[in-house]
Design a binder for this molecule. Structure first.
Ligand SMILES: Nc1ncnc2c1ncn2[C@@H]1O[C@H](COP(=O)(O)OP(=O)(O)OP(=O)(O)O)[C@@H](O)[C@H]1O
Ligand code: SF4
Ligand SMILES: [Mg+2]
Length: 428
């Protein structure tokens, strides 16, 4: 068995432990991700009563597009994130999935305030302070509480700095421990993430990919954050290493009660790590639900298409998962389609879809979906479920006989929701 603190050295590269990728933490077997999911590593459970650590409401990020030439004028905007609302429960994790370019990383960068949002609020912590409008000075103490793990362990670590400098930098910047306590704290954290604490004076290029991502995790943990934004934390790693790193993240989440916004492409990884999942398309959340509802009873055609492409998920749930191939490319976020942004690729699109944007409608205790024809997946859609709420007719034209009802941007879940079967509001 490998001693994690004093592992055998690789003669070619003394910082890379021989077989490290096979067994970094003591007794941790070499598992593929699918095996991990079926081993004793239980999926992260849902705590429906947990208070939110973060409430995001109507968040927008529009990047200006400039003309070329000497006088650079703004000629449009990339609507990278366009009015999204969600909550991350304390100590829990929300998965954020969707195709490349849908706005996942921008969302993560907004929450960590690497970007200043165009609009919206991001209420954080028990006092619900709004991170969105804060100045850098106001943000400084809060930056300790919200940290980020980056996708690429090769480019996110400065090659000219030692591991000790990289992991210890946040401690120095925020002056949370005296200078002579930085090294012991760094070594403690390196041990927590399964690295040899004596390797603090080595450089990132002396480590393997999995070890480098552990360094990135150590850096994010040094300040005891309450919320970690993990942007594709395992997608640059081999499948077998992914399982180890996910397992490590689960352990630190439990041990330190850290909430995660977990951004990923891989729906199998997200299912394992996240009890709740939001699906993004072209800057919008199109479906958000607890794990069982999303993976077993998805109601948005886009979610259905994503799930149908994953072999070991395809067979779960309703058993209706034929592979759904989406036609065409994702449209430009500079000039997105009118109405429902998914309509140019949706096999169910009707006239109303081009005219009216479907609201994110709550359809279960922990399930929301933005589709006029939610509930008609796999059938020829006939009756929009949203007409009564929006005050429009079946074609999406205003209907004077119907009074629109407010469909809010509540980041959490209400006690009442629209039941698709009875077509009525019901409550818990
Ligand atoms: N700084 C920026 N300036 C202008 N446009 C940007 C900027 N950052 C991102 N974008 C654009 O915003 C959209 C969303 O990008 P983002 O990186 O958030 O997507 P993503 O979902 O993380 O994609 P991926 O899965 O490829 O990482 C894309 O169209 C992207 O080109
Ligand atoms: S609203 Fe219309 S276009 Fe959008 S997902 Fe639903 S059916 Fe498809
Ligand atoms: Mg990204």
């Amino acid at each position: 068995m490998t001693d994690v603190n004093h592992p055998p050295q690789n003669p070619e590269n003394p910082a890379v432990t021989e077989g490290e990728e096979l067994s970094t933490a003591e007794g941790e077997p070499h598992l593929s991700f699918a095996e991990l999911a079926q081993s004793g590593h239980a999926p992260t459970p849902l705590d429906p009563d947990a208070e939110p650590v973060l409430s995001v409401e109507n968040l927008k990020m529009y990047f200006p597009v400039k003309s070329s030439g000497l006088v650079r004028r703004t000629i449009g905007h990339v609507q990278a994130v366009d009015g999204i609302s969600f909550q991350v429960p304390r100590g829990g994790s929300l998965g954020l999935v969707g195709e490349s370019g849908c706005g996942k990383s921008t969302t993560g960068r907004l929450i960590t305030r690497l970007y200043t949002p165009t609009a919206g609020s991001m209420r954080f912590g028990p006092d619900q302070v709004d991170l969105a409008g804060m100045s850098n000075r106001e943000l400084k103490p809060l930056r300790r509480d919200v940290q980020m793990i980056f996708q690429d362990p090769y480019t996110s670590l400065n090659p000219r700095h030692t591991v000790g400098t990289i992991v210890g930098a946040p401690l120095e910047v925020h002056k949370v421990v005296p200078k002579n306590k930085i090294l012991p704290r760094v070594q403690e954290i390196l041990e927590v993430v399964g690295l040899n604490p004596e390797h603090y004076n080595r450089y990132p290029n002396e480590f393997s990919g999995g070890q480098r991502q552990r360094i990135g995790i150590a850096r994010a943990l040094t300040l005891n954050p309450k919320l970690l934004v993990a942007d594709e934390p395992v997608s640059a790693l081999d499948v077998s290493i992914q399982a180890q790193v996910i397992n490590l993240l689960q352990e630190v989440q439990r041990e330190f009660d850290i909430a995660f916004l977990f951004i990923a492409h891989d729906l199998a990884v997200v299912r394992h790590f996240c009890p709740e999942v939001a699906v993004m398309y072209l800057g919008k959340i199109v479906e958000i639900a607890d794990r069982d509802s999303l993976y077993g009873h998805a109601h948005h055609p886009y979610t259905q298409a994503l799930l149908s492409a994953v072999p070991d998920i395809k067979s779960a749930g309703h058993g209706r998962r034929e592979r759904i191939r989406l036609e065409g490319d994702v449209p430009s976020p500079i000039n997105p389609p009118s109405g429902c942004r998914f309509r140019t690729r949706c096999p169910m699109a009707q006239e109303i879809c081009a005219k009216v944007e479907p609201p994110l409608l709550q359809i279960g205790p922990r399930h929301k979906v933005a589709c006029h024809f939610a509930g008609e997946i796999g059938r020829h859609p006939t009756t929009p479920v949203t007409t009564g709420l929006l005050g429009v007719d079946r074609q999406g034209s205003p209907d004077p006989a119907v009074t629109p009802q407010p469909v809010g941007t509540n980041p959490g879940y209400d006690k009442h929701w629209f039941d698709l079967d009875s077509q009525q509001m019901v409550s818990a």
